[in-house]
Design a protein around this ligand. Structure first.
Ligand code: ZN
Ligand code: ZN
Length: 220
């Protein structure tokens, strides 16, 4: 599956990373065109950065720069996507990087898939009462949707108890094995509540009491 730039930004903006110096959640920002340190590119369009003005790294570095280099600069903690450990990066002023935070709302509106995800999320609260399988099924079969949201959708499957969910879910390839496992458990529950089972031979759904599969004719 090819991930476009918007999807990548949305995914990264949802990741939670914290500053080891102050504990504050790092802001997800568009990377500036040039790396201050080496004049080369960043190799990424998005970086995580601690923008806390009370951060120890930031407040204590002003003096160090003044002493050592005789000019006003400080450091902020930055982390590149996919990295475990970040580094201190020189900033020239308090407002460096501020305003370059990725605006998930604005970005999301430009992205049709993301808009559908939000729409489905909004419908989750009432879908059981309305017996509407669609939003839960949409989220479960959208690999770009937020994992926590998809797990919530999966929790509703048993209550929705609609056997129409089984084929699309069986035909979907899940990238997260724990979600796949949760879906399999939910399918078993949906079958049980509807007094149905899956034929061992042809995988079609048949009545629990059936002795012979009406689809493949085998004894079950
Ligand atoms: Zn910090
Ligand atoms: Zn069969």
């Amino acid at each position: 599956m090819i991930e476009d730039k918007t999807e990548r930004c949305l995914r990264l903006a949802r990741e939670e990373h914290h500053c080891p110096h102050c504990g504050q959640r790092l802001s997800c920002c568009n990377a500036p065109p040039f790396h201050v340190g080496d004049g080369l590119g960043w190799g990424t369009d998005v970086i995580f950065i601690c923008l806390n003005d009370e951060c120890k790294l930031y407040t204590s570095s002003w003096e160090k720069f003044e002493e050592r280099y005789g000019h006003a600069a400080s450091c902020r903690y930055i982390l590149l996507p996919g990295e475990e450990k970040g580094e201190a990066m020189m900033v020239g002023g308090q407002n460096a990087f501020k305003g370059s935070e990725i605006d998930v709302e604005a970005l999301g509106k430009t992205n049709v898939r993301h808009a559908r995800e939000k729409e489905a999320e909004a419908k989750l609260a009432t879908c059981v009462a309305e017996k509407d399988l669609e939003p839960a099924l949409y989220l479960l079969t959208d690999e770009h949707a937020e994992l926590a949201l998809r797990k919530r959708a999966c929790e509703l499957l048993a209550e929705l108890s609609d056997p129409a969910c089984i084929d699309p879910l069986r035909n979907h390839t899940f990238r997260h094995s724990d979600l796949e496992q949760q879906v399999n458990m939910a399918i078993i529950e949906v079958l049980r509540r509807n007094h149905l089972k899956e034929c061992q031979a042809c995988a079609e759904i048949i009545k629990n009491q059936a002795k012979v599969c009406k689809h493949c004719g085998r004894e079950v």
